[in-house]
Design a protein around this ligand. Sequence first.
Ligand code: FAD
Length: 415
Amino acid sequence: MPFSLLKYGLRDDYPFEKDADLPKPTDLKRHYDVVIVGGGGHGVATAYYLAKYHGITNVAILEKGYLGGGNTARNTAVIRSNYLTPEGVKFYTESVKLFKGLSNEFDFNIMYSRRGQLTLAHTDSAIRAFRQRAEINRHFGGDTELIDPQQIRELVPTLNMNPGDLPVLAGLWHKDGATARHDAVAWGYAKGATQRGVELHQLTEVTGFEVENNTVRAVKTNRGTVQCGCVVQAVAGHSSLLAAKAGFRMPILTYPLQAMVTQPVKPFLNPLVSSPALHCYVQQTGRGELVFGGGSDPYPLYNTRSTLDLKESLLAHAVELFPFMANLRLMRQWTGLTDMTSDYSPIMGLSPVDNYYLDAGWGTWGFKATPICGWTMAQLVASGGKVPELIEPFAMERFRSFRQVNEMGATAASH
Ligand code: FAD
């Protein structure tokens, strides 16, 4: 038996446990240079890059629940960059690059696993759209190609090639498709930020703002009011609600989005598989469970209950894709809140209130963007409001000037 195994097996003091702890809660200070609302992946990533790369550490992250307990904890962890628009592909490609180096950056294993993502085409028009996506992806440095049914059979031998009488005609094979542990991503960023002096305040709800001369001056919370130099809003499924407290409206509707997981089985599925026509995507986790999800619920709602309707329709489609799944037990079903924009792209950058910055509109697609959101939002804050080129196309203003970035086709049931 290796010596270290024996040594740690016989004592109850594990050095790595101390390391994993976040600092104990403190009182709120009277003033912070930056207040980040939302302790999900995006909020803590922004704090991390501010502290590590810009030396800005008088920062408070205010989280009404617990670290990473919102959509960060509820997503199915699909990471990919095979979008449709040049703006989207450039943005998500940078995020995937950051993801690849994140375990080293943190010295903390986020269990990044590059598996490839396969999106199935069941119609000629889907093939045309996939061909266009493959070209745009390759142009901007992505690794995506159109593959034929024989190549699909070799990649995923257990796939039914005629699910629901929709023959699989081709596939968009995106080699950079990946997954990572979502909680590890949030914890890695939070640890790195708090070790550098950032304060993370859990159970601290933002209830309003003090705005003078159209500039945000202070943040009101359930634990008192704090003065601030600027605010970053990173609250995912609550974006319109928080913006309303700051005095402006956002072009967002909020829909529930559900996902499910089965009991673990022997590893059989390496790639992530998605069928937009069947509204279903499936992947196998490192533990052997099958995680699957589909489209948002068909009505705007602020409620995280799971429904029997969705369970029935999604399971039927999953079993069409992988018939042997009929024998598996479903272990859990859950729901998050997704803030949907009409063009399926985020809203990032400036807001109508000065010094109040937006990281919003993350709908069903924001986990994969966590690193690049943190990186670009930190640049925006550190520069005092100069919008980084990469996120310029995602300004809220685009909905007035008809410069939408339409990612609808590249988002459907692939997340
Ligand atoms: P969150 O993690 O939601 O963090 C926001 C935080 O703000 C929350 O913790 C909340 O408690 C807090 N908050 C809200 N209001 C206040 C307030 N007033 N005061 C203080 N705190 C407040 N994306 C992908 O890229 N790939 C996927 O496979 C994928 N699958 C998904 C599956 C499901 C079922 C769901 C629901 C989403 C999925 N997403 C996916 C989307 C992804 O989860 C989100 O876009 C992403 O997690 C957003 O991260 P965030 O840090 O902005 O938000």
